[in-house]
Write a protein that binds this ligand. Sequence first.
Ligand code: B1M
Length: 211
Amino acid sequence: MNELHPLTQAIIAGKRKEVPDLVAQCLAAGESASAIVEHRLVPGMAIIGEKFKLNEIFVPEMLIAARAMKEALKVLEPLLAAAGVKPEHIVVIGTVEGDLHDIGKNLVAMMWKGANLGVIDLGVNVPPARFVEAIREHQPELVGLSTLLTTTMPAMRDTVKAIRDAGLSVKIVVGGAPITREFAREIGADSYAPDAGSAVDMAVALLQGKA
Ligand code: B1M
């Protein structure tokens, strides 16, 4: 960890109060906003994702790191927009209808942002028709569906069906505590990710046509 840049270390350690100053130092040293995202922030979140997958850290540390990353993005987002640097891919995410749980979905959304994806977050309790409408409006390449309740698994199935029935060409990744790879396959999703770290790997693989 010592050879990592101090900003990357601060993201991993979740030192969110130190992050704006460290971002300012990088900018003062001539690093571009996009280089800071690519070389300082994304590697930090990648390490967090790996540690989470390996059970070396748990949800609190991941949330703390994600919040630290948000502080950095708060400083950089206007600069990225001003420089016309757009995320390479747009993705839509939401928690399906009937489900109000959003902590896991928010983690996935933050990790996706950290991987420089343009995330449109529809929030919680999102009806299938709203997903369809958002896909038509934003033309994402990927849509992520989350649910935590066994009682809302049918709503996830309905959402996938509504997207497919609408003839929309978009990859669908699903996740959440009761979801399994088998269920994902059964309802016609393209992929399943068990946690936020895997959701990044899965999104990148799907977007690069490797999954
Ligand atoms: Co609720 N709740 N809850 N709850 N709640 C659970 C899910 C439950 C397992 C608790 C229990 O009984 N042991 C249970 C579900 C049982 C079941 O369906 N089999 C349950 C229940 C029953 C309920 C209510 C029905 C309770 C009631 O009112 N009687 C009610 C339902 C409300 C509704 O949604 N309509 C309810 C309400 C709530 C609160 C509002 C109080 C609160 C949610 C607050 C919020 O989200 N803002 C809450 C909470 C906090 C929980 C527990 C305790 C914690 C959930 C959580 O945030 N985990 C939960 C018990 C538990 O999980 N142990 C429970 C941390 C989070 C980081 O993990 O969301 O799993 P998770 O996300 C992971 C992965 O699943 C994955 O990545 C994330 C990070 O690794 N992932 C994806 C998630 N989405 C993904 C999408 C992807 C890929 C990966 O791709 C797109």
